[in-house]
Design a protein around this ligand. Structure first.
Ligand code: GAL
Length: 358
């Protein structure tokens, strides 16, 4: 945007931010990047937002960071406002990947480039790039962790397992599920893994808005209907918030003691509460996705687009959003459990020792 209107725009952005009650940030510069994140209820998105603000500002960009707090309409109107305020580019992690068609029309008409962040924006061709992790691989790693650690090798089993999926409006949820099922399904079919609830489809296992309390409630129901005289050995959970909800449910009926240990339970994001849970011997593993590296990628993409250069990508096949295959950069997810959390999360500086009760 032009220098002359910067002061006015900054004032409007700040005023608007205050009115929405969301987090907004602004500093000196000529070009403003609108950053629209889904929620502050999960720690990772707070880190994602803060990391991008920091990195954009290092390159001299202004930023306007807003959180939709899992309300689709609020995210849409926040993005509309950013467009009206004249942001120069948008980085969006959608709450509902299919709900942004109109607002992307607006961005396109105003020549504002859009980068899809972590979650894919569906059904629109005005998405320049997608910065994410290898989402199928996340599911594969979670599935393989179960396969390698439950004792199948030692000829143990059969095992009982219950399955959770993510939010059906998030494209990633299908990738995690498909990746995990590529490993787990053969064991379900062979009878090595028994899903006593019978809930083996994505739709039955889905957790709208990735809600930990919904997952807790679903687990309560499964435990009372299907596990009154049997124990659950494994819970496949795609996300830390779901894992903690499931753990609360299990503990409420007596799991978590020597006689009745918690099942092997997976997760994703390495949120600090789940890392603490791993340290405490409750959640078994999580997937670390370095939000610093993801922010780097998104910032590189925006910078390239604004300079009319090509951004570096490593996948031009996987992420078809229904209108185009969005050129993507996929980062590597890393499994974390009690054996490697110090090395992966603390020695790398992502967390410090003081963040945990060790
Ligand atoms: C997904 C994301 C996961 C997790 C989940 C719930 O889109 O890839 O890492 O954060 O949302 O927030």
């Amino acid at each position: 945007m032009k220098k002359g209107i910067l002061g006015l725009t900054a004032a409007l952005v700040l005023g608007l931010t205050a009115a929405c009650g969301s987090e907004g940030t602004s500093s000196g510069g000529d070009t403003t990047i609108g950053i629209s994140m889904p929620t502050q209820s999960s720690e990772r998105w707070v880190n994602d937002g803060n990391n991008m603000v920091e990195e954009f500002e290092e390159l001299g960009y202004d930023t306007d960071l807003q959180y939709g707090e899992d309300v689709v309409e609020d995210q849409v109107s926040q993005i509309e406002n950013m467009i009206t305020e004249g942001v120069d580019a948008l980085v969006i992690a959608p709450i509902d990947g299919e709900a942004l068609t109109n607002v992307l029309d607006m961005a396109e008409n105003s020549n504002i480039p859009v980068i899809s962040y972590d979650r894919l924006i569906m059904n629109h061709d005005h998405v320049s790039y997608y910065a994410t992790f290898d989402n199928f691989e996340v599911g594969v790693i979670q599935g393989e962790y179960i396969e390698e650690n439950i004792g199948l090798d030692e000829g143990e089993g059969p095992f009982t397992i219950e399955l959770f999926a993510g939010s059906p409006d998030d494209n990633n949820a299908y990738f995690f599920w498909d990746g995990a099922m590529s490993v787990l399904e053969p064991y379900i079919e062979s009878g090595d893994f028994e899903v006593r609830s019978g809930q083996t489809n994505f739709d039955q296992a889905a957790t709208p808005q990735w809600s930990g309390s919904d997952a807790q409630e679903r687990m309560d129901n499964i435990l009372s209907s299907d596990y009154s005289n049997e124990e659950v050995d494994i819970v496949y959970s795609p996300f830390d918030g779901i894992s903690l909800g499931v753990i609360s449910s299990l503990k409420s009926v007596g799991y978590g003691t020597e006689e009745q240990p918690l099942p092997l339970i997976t997760g994703q994001d390495a949120d600090s509460s789940s890392v603490q849970s791993i340290i405490d011997g409750e959640q078994t593993m999580t997937i670390f996705k370095d939000t610093r590296a993801l922010a780097d990628k998104a910032v590189e993409m925006v910078d390239a687009v604004l300079k009319e250069e090509e951004a570096e990508v490593n996948d031009t096949e996987t992420y078809d959003n229904g209108e185009k295959v969005v050129p993507s950069n996929l980062l590597e997810p890393v499994p974390v459990d009690e054996d490697n959390y110090e090395e992966v999360l603390i020695e790398s500086g992502y967390y410090s020792k003081e963040d945990f009760d060790m």
